[in-house]
Design a protein around this ligand. Sequence first.
Ligand SMILES: Cc1cc2nc3c(=O)[nH]c(=O)nc-3n(C[C@H](O)[C@H](O)[C@H](O)COP(=O)(O)OP(=O)(O)OC[C@H]3O[C@@H](n4cnc5c(N)ncnc54)[C@H](O)[C@@H]3O)c2cc1C
Length: 479
Amino acid sequence: MSRAPCVLYRFAHDLRLDDHAGLAAACALGEVVGVLVLDRQIVARLVRSPRRAAVYCAAVQALDSALRRYGSHLVVRRGNVGTTLREVARGCGASAVAWSASYEYAGRLADQHLQSILEEAGLRALLVHDAPVIAPEDTDLSGPDGRGYRAFAGYYERWQRLILGRDLSTAPIAFSQTVLHSEPLPSAQEFGACAQIAPIAEEEVAASLAAFLVGPALQYAVTAKVPASDGTSRLGADLSLGRLAARRVVRETLARLNDPFLLAEERTSLGSFLRALARRDFFLQLAWYAEGEDRALQEEMRDFLLASDHPGLSAWLEGRTGFPLVDAGMRELRLTGWMHPRVRPVAASFLCFDLGVDWRIGRDLWERWLIEDDPALATGNWQWAAGVGADLAQVPRIYDPERQRRRVDPEGRYVSRYVDELAGLPVGAWAGRPAGASQLELDLFGPVGYPKPILDHQASAHAYLARYRAYRRERAGTT
Ligand SMILES: Cc1cc2nc3c(=O)[nH]c(=O)nc-3n(C[C@H](O)[C@H](O)[C@H](O)COP(=O)(O)OP(=O)(O)OC[C@H]3O[C@@H](n4cnc5c(N)ncnc54)[C@H](O)[C@@H]3O)c2cc1C
């Protein structure tokens, strides 16, 4: 009996077996050998954030265990990805290599390079869209000029129609039982992390999705806006490392929407959750068509002068600006590797507008702590926050940090969780602030060591807007 042909599947940011478009495509060509090459690009991203490295290594360990349950194993190698894949393919007689597409500019270039190296070596290279629910190149989503959508509203309208009309499940997979030489699995310490964390099986990740959909998702429309309520899914890291398929999240959310006993508000909440997932696909397609991750999407904003430093930059970074919501967000990020999504735009706005610092600097500084590993989402969101991306607002969306705090955390419950100096304040001290006050009366906190605001928000916002308007006027005059 002749053996089935062998095909390599290269894992990178798709560390699961379930509902995997790349694996399914590979499997259509033969029995799959799973390979992980710790190349320069992956190592650079792991070294940058030790917490991310620990989570990544745990996910790799879980992936290897899952493959072993199929009688296979993960082939781990360190080095140049092209050279390594060619060697492994030669070793097991594989004639094809499949992998999942990257969306950020550098990743796309690397994919193209790898594709040509493999093809030059006579191997079939199969690049598959796995991360988004709907691929950017889907003809219906490529936009009026074939370069994707720049505005979310139009994109979302089409996206909703596409997910309804599709079977999003993927085919079963078969793995090669051939035992190949593998280097040791990566360990967190290898990338500068102190602690190793226990592997979490992909079934556990799927279970947290299921738990979210029967509970918190039904109040999502309200609670996602309240950082203290922990009402969001917290699936960002799992989606970015590919421990969970976005297709599965959408499929299960749509199935949940079929429950005839849901209340109207609960349907609205599930709809808002789907909208959040559409935003992920939207930013992936923006990156897919972008000319570089450091270039502002809005061409007319590319020459607007941004500062590379500010005397308040380290206070922002350390969560000591004297603006409680900004500080709580930054401290949450540093402590946990995640910042609540409702707080992120406020903290980002403070850097971009109050400090006038370049959004690229903010994006790269967050990298030190974030577990999520998705440069396309980081860039898209930071550009949006800085008013140079896919946001169609006429003027930059400058958040008043204290007004936002009053809106999303009126009793200071979220702030108290992360800003120790403010933890002892009675609820009345938060709720009792004068409604029209633009900032907290921070002298109240003097005795417990919380810093006074490092700047006057209104004055900084006005100064930024004046500079912005002058720039736009000048450009309008010269074009
Ligand atoms: C300034 C800024 C920077 C960000 N940087 C990153 C980043 O580096 N990496 C990253 O993965 N995400 C980033 N985000 C998006 C989002 O805040 C995170 O994905 C966050 O972890 C979502 O938390 P959650 O899973 O509880 O979200 P939920 O509200 O439960 O949403 C479910 C899923 O929808 C997707 N989603 C929700 N909001 C967005 C959004 N604004 N953009 C894209 N996808 C979204 C995420 O995949 C999320 O897991 C950033 C947002 C902002 C405003």
